[in-house]
Design a protein around this ligand. Structure first.
Ligand code: FAD
Ligand code: NAP
Length: 548
């Protein structure tokens, strides 16, 4: 073991990089992790905005690799807030002594394959160079904040923030005039909290969101105990559920029939929305809440059923908003439920009934520019002390493309992905030997409980490296035909879903970033189906790869 030249270099110390350290150590490999932040946690280190929280139950959004960890950790709420998830990450780092292999405050800016030496060379922004035979990109799917180029941004005299780069220090908003741009998941979580803390909050909305109330329960001891007693069963079910969640219900261990498994608020299959009368639909909403409309399976495949659900959603929201004009602005009209990642909220709509909240519809009056005093739309000037960008991320490919990766024979990843990401199983790219991506494009990743997806990927990569080492092999990369076949498969399973409807413009499709190719990036065929492909490669000696 050469401490100067480890077996494996890993970029990123979010949950993916953290688990990789632990797993690879178990396999006897030496590791070095390079992380831009000053500590572990990734998403949960950077996204400290008020209201940030998980939309997968925390007992499920947790690692399964250590029974001891499962048993000793206590989640105070069913869906944990960011500070608790970051505490969990820190606990893991302490418990498994991970930090000794992580170099913090180190942003990698160049990655190059040295053909002669069969080594990867990574250069940090500070000019430090690191080399290893294997390189793992644990750089995250949602780790590059998107900040739109709005004229005048640099002139703003107040405090500018981005939800995905929120400072550690607490920010006193009392009496302040706060503006927030965006109404996606981050904004929907932040807006109710900001409205409570600020003097006045102005919400600049371009596209209204479909959001349903989140479960806001404190953890009950009995629920936690039953989960902990059944964790082996729960993990098995997660691995056999298309969204990586077990749907385990305490005192009701029969798994729900949820088809999607993820997307927040879904509580199993409610049948077909088209097969019941308008009165029955309304009765279900009255009894079970608005979120029940997410549970009809035809909503995601049949445009007619989707429109019924969209209408029901709109009529329910109209009833929640005092001002009819504000209500109309809040209603999504030009895309359907199921196109974007489902958003969950706590008091989102009721926040717009507060006296200190103003909604600005940017479709009616677009932003003209940011000024030293605030923000100007086509018809109004808004004076602001604080301006918050809740404008999302350059998702899935952003962090990888920023790394300036050069592969075999000088090939650039930016060229290879000019028309969208091309990768085999979201794990490796042809032309980039011994370089692996954790939850890369073409894998279930963001359509799955990410901790489950991360464990599966890290295990697969670890097994692959041990296989190569065990056989004295130099390198592995996908065959071009495997990669092409897989990209076609990823597109095929996404076709015909609401995710790829012509009216849909989501970050899954890269549509939130100007100039980004419109390609559906995650694998929507389900986690178990995906695993079959990965396991076949491992079991059959990697037939889809070129192993040298
Ligand atoms: P990340 O946590 O993004 O970590 C990547 C790390 O790589 C970062 O620390 C980053 O600094 C580092 N890095 C990137 N590029 C470089 C570089 N060039 N040099 C050095 N370091 C670099 N998923 C769910 O399953 N359920 C949820 O409820 C959920 N909620 C979310 C809420 C928010 C606000 C966000 C933004 C995401 C959420 N996600 C959720 C997705 C979340 O990203 C994953 O669950 C998970 O935390 C990803 O872990 P990761 O290690 O793969 O990536
Ligand atoms: P997002 O969903 O991409 O939302 C970004 C918002 O900013 C959208 O409303 C978008 O409007 C708006 N926007 C972008 N550019 C703009 C511009 N130039 N002018 C005006 N508005 C602009 O990003 P996000 O809310 O950060 O969420 C990203 C993902 O992170 C989520 O989908 C989810 O996977 C994850 N997340 C999860 C949770 C959770 O509940 N666990 C919470 C936060 C984030 P348009 O739609 O018009 O582009």
């Amino acid at each position: 073991m050469d401490s100067e030249k480890p077996d494996v270099l890993i970029v990123g110390a979010g949950f993916a990089g953290m688990y990789a350290v632990h797993r690879f150590r178990e396999l006897g490999l030496s590791i070095k992790v390079l992380e831009a932040g000053s500590d572990v946690g990734g998403t949960w280190f950077w996204n400290r905005y008020p209201g940030a929280r998980c939309d997968v139950p925390s007992l499920e959004y947790s690692f399964g690799f250590s029974a001891e960890l499962e048993q000793e950790w206590h989640w105070p709420e069913v869906f944990s807030a960011q500070p608790e998830i970051l505490n969990y990450a820190n606990h893991i780092a302490d418990k498994f002594d991970l930090r000794r292999d992580i170099q913090f405050n180190t942003r990698v800016s160049r990655v190059e394959y040295l053909d002669e030496e069969n080594l990867w060379s990574l250069t940090s922004e500070a000019g430090e160079v690191f080399k290893a035979k294997f390189c793992i990109m644990a750089t995250g799917c949602l780790s590059v904040p998107n900040k739109p180029d709005i004229p005048g941004d640099e002139d703003f005299a107040g405090l500018k923030l981005h939800t995905g780069l929120w400072p550690k220090e607490s920010i006193d908003l009392a009496g302040k005039r706060v503006g927030i741009i965006g109404t996606g998941s981050s904004a929907v979580q932040a807006i109710p909290e900001l409205a409570k803390a600020a003097g006045h909050l102005t919400v600049f909305q371009r596209t209204p969101v479909y959001t349903v109330p989140a479960n806001r329960k404190a953890m009950r001891d009995a629920v936690e105990s039953e989960f902990k007693e059944n964790y082996r069963l729960i993990r098995e079910r997660q691995w056999n559920n298309r969204g990586g969640v077990s749907n385990f219900r305490p005192n009701r261990s029969v798994p729900s029939k949820s088809k999607r498994g993820m997307g927040g608020g879904r509580r199993g299959d409610a049948g077909l929305i088209k097969s019941i009368s308008p009165e029955q639909r309304q009765a279900m909403i009255d009894q079970r809440g608005l979120e029940v409309i997410l549970n009809f399976t035809d909503v995601y495949t049949d445009p007619g059923a989707n429109e019924i659900a969209n209408d029901l959603f709109r009529s329910t929201v109209r009833e929640m908003i005092d001002d009819a004009e504000v209500a109309e602005k809040l209603l999504p009209q030009d895309y359907g439920l199921g196109c974007k990642r489902q958003v969950l909220d706590r008091d989102y709509y009721s926040t717009f009934n507060r006296d200190n909240v103003t909604l600005v519809d940017l479709k009616q009056t677009p932003i003209e520019r940011i000024t030293p005093n605030g923000l100007t739309t086509e018809d109004t000037e808004y004076d602001l002390d604080v301006l918050i960008y809740a404008t999302g991320f350059d998702a899935m490919t952003g962090a990888l493309l920023k790394l300036n990766i050069t592969g075999r024979d000088g090939r650039q990843l930016t060229d290879k992905w000019e028309f969208g990401p091309v990768a085999y199983l979201g794990l490796q790219m042809e032309g980039f030997p011994n370089l692996f991506t954790v939850t890369g494009p073409g894998s279930p990743s963001v359509l799955c409980n990410m901790l489950v997806a991360i464990e599966q990927h890290v295990n697969w990569i670890g097994d692959c490296i041990k296989y190569l080492d065990g056989k004295g092999l130099n390198s592995i990369e996908p065959l071009p035909e495997s990669e092409q076949r897989w990209v076609q498969q990823v597109n095929k399973v996404a076709d015909g879903t609401m995710f790829t409807a012509p009216s849909c413009n989501s970050w899954y499709l890269g549509a939130n970033i100007e100039g980004k190719p419109r390609i559906f990036m995650p694998y929507v065929g389900g986690f178990p189906q995906y695993r079959v492909h990965c396991e076949a490669e491992t079991d059959e000696g990697y037939p889809g790869f070129s192993v040298v």
